[in-house]
Design a protein around this ligand. Structure first.
Ligand SMILES: C[S@@+](CC[C@H](N)C(=O)[O-])C[C@H]1O[C@@H](n2cnc3c(N)ncnc32)[C@H](O)[C@@H]1O
Length: 207
């Protein structure tokens, strides 16, 4: 089954107010994902399916006021929380784009791309094509999220699927969520997290 942005919109409308509290446990992985981007002052970063902006402060700390953060998110209710974070921090270098990534109008050249818990985007060829149309050669990418346990722990995948279901409209590809990404990033560094139920993939776009 393919990702369904309309269903994602409906589901995240309901999740938006409780989202930040629900994902606190993933904060160590979020920190590792942002670190893997090796950001520098002045970088332009694309936060794909940015949700409520939980990664914004970590990115801002690294890119500084001369950098540029572009956040694409389809759900207005999630984006509204992100907008509040931008306004209360007083960041002037953020562009919020309320759209699916597939349909987003991106005009900037991107130095670094973050996809944190964005399984639907990882399974969208059109979404990935859009991201890399705007990536500079050697742009860095970090992707993290849930995945299935390896086959010898298959019974535990009932639990893994149940954990993933509220956050994604398809569980297709949950065994190797990075498989479509690997067509764009041939040398992916992969590590397993959360006792095998999570992953962090990072690499450079060859251009
Ligand atoms: C699990 S949340 C992750 C949010 C955020 N990346 C974070 O770090 O917390 C997944 C988000 O992806 C968004 N989303 C799903 N499909 C999308 C698409 N095709 N384009 C843009 N956003 C999408 C959902 O609305 C939701 O906010």
């Amino acid at each position: 089954m393919k990702p369904d942005p309309q269903r994602a919109l409906q589901s995240y409308r309901d999740h938006a107010d409780g989202y930040d509290a629900s994902c606190r446990r993933t904060q160590p992985l979020r920190i590792d994902a942002v670190k893997a981007l090796r950001l520098q002052h002045g970088d332009t970063v694309l936060d794909v399916a940015s949700g409520t902006g939980m990664s914004f402060a970590l990115i801002q700390d690294r890119i500084g006021p001369t950098g540029h953060l572009i956040a694409v998110e389809l759900c207005p209710e999630m984006m509204s929380h992100a907008r509040n974070k931008v306004e209360s921090a007083g960041w002037k270098n953020v562009t919020l784009i309320e759209s699916t990534i597939e349909e987003a109008s991106l005009i900037h050249s991107i130095d670094a791309i973050l996809c944190f818990y964005t399984h639907d985007v990882m399974r969208s060829e059109a979404g990935l094509n859009k991201i890399f149309e705007h990536a500079k050669p050697q742009a860095r990418i970090a992707v993290a999220g849930l995945k299935l346990f390896p086959w010898w722990l298959a019974p535990l995948n009932i639990y893994a699927r149940a954990k993933a279901r509220p956050y994604a409209t398809t569980l297709e590809g949950l065994d190797q969520p990075w498989s479509l990404l690997a067509k764009h990033i041939p040398k992916l560094d992969l590590s397993s997290t959360q006792f095998g139920m999570g992953y962090l993939a990072s690499g450079r776009y060859p251009g």
